[in-house]
Design a protein around this ligand. Structure first.
Ligand code: NI
Length: 267
């Protein structure tokens, strides 16, 4: 019924408990999850989840915050994107939140990394999973400059303004809301969620981080994604079932999980 469009199940705090998490997902009617890659080093374990379980899929990419890791070339990303069960390029994007004494000009390496990911998405026609923090103007400008409307994608874990949401929607992107939407302090974000059309919304946990209320501060898991759907339903005056169905249909339209090669062993 529900799909978690963004989680980090290869992170040790979750991968060590995968059977327990899968049981919790089943109990919460969370049928599917997209496992997000954040380094080339991590890809193999992310992909292993997607080949082991037929309701998990994987992405290929290097998160903008990751430094001191292998820098992905276009060929690296194309090779990983060609593997079965890989549905998207990312997560990628820009993050100027922790500059650690550097200027935005010093982050040229991050912008170049982002461009390489967009080129991989264009070459493969796979959607982009975009992370943006304190960098929305550059994120939008680079997406436009590279012609990213064609592969499209999602602005994940959205925390930006309604103006940024509108610009992302104009580019043809989806907007994914996380547990942040349930936080007491997120009144502005709830206003954004109110206006984003339901047929452009996705839901995610970004687990193990950002557990929604009433689990805020605990280790998050895909089983908690219904709390995000509930919050959207409340904001839009809809039933949870309607939000679940719409966000699932959006996930299928954007990521095309049915078209991906299936695996031999069931879940
Ligand atoms: Ni993430």
């Amino acid at each position: 019924m529900f799909v978690d469009s963004h989680c980090h199940l290869a992170f040790p705090e979750l991968s060590a408990r995968i059977d327990e998490i899968r049981a919790a997902m089943a109990a919460a009617q969370v049928d599917r999850a997209l496992c997000i890659c954040t380094t080339l080093e991590e890809f193999e374990s992310v992909h292993a989840l997607a080949t082991r379980f037929d309701n998990f899929w994987a992405t290929a990419g290097v998160h903008p915050d990751n430094e001191g890791v292998r820098e992905p070339s276009l060929d690296d990303l194309l090779a990983l994107a060609a593997l079965p069960r890989v549905l998207a390029i990312g997560e990628t994007g820009l993050d100027y939140y922790r500059l650690n004494g550097r200027s935005v000009a010093d982050m040229a390496w991050q912008r170049e990394r982002f461009r390489v990911h967009i080129r991989a998405a264009l070459a493969t026609a796979l959607p982009l999973v975009v992370h943006t923090r304190s960098a929305s103007a550059d994120t939008l400008a680079i997406l436009k400059d590279e012609g990213a409307e064609a592969p499209g994608g999602v602005f994940h874990c959205f925390t930006e303004t309604d103006a940024v949401a509108r610009a992302a929607l104009d580019l043809g992107f989806y907007i994914s809301f996380s547990g942040i939407l349930t936080f007491k302090t997120a009144a502005d974000l709830r206003e954004v969620a109110r206006f984003v059309p339901l047929d452009r919304c996705l839901i995610e946990t970004d687990s193990p981080y950002l557990a929604p209320v009433p689990y805020r501060g605990k280790v998050n898991s895909p089983a908690y994604v219904p709390f995000v759907a509930r919050q959207i339903a409340e904001l839009k005056g809809l039933s949870v079932e309607t939000v679940a169905q719409a966000t699932t249909a959006n996930f299928e339209r954007l990521f095309k999980p049915v078209a991906a090669q299936s695996v031999t062993n069931g879940s």
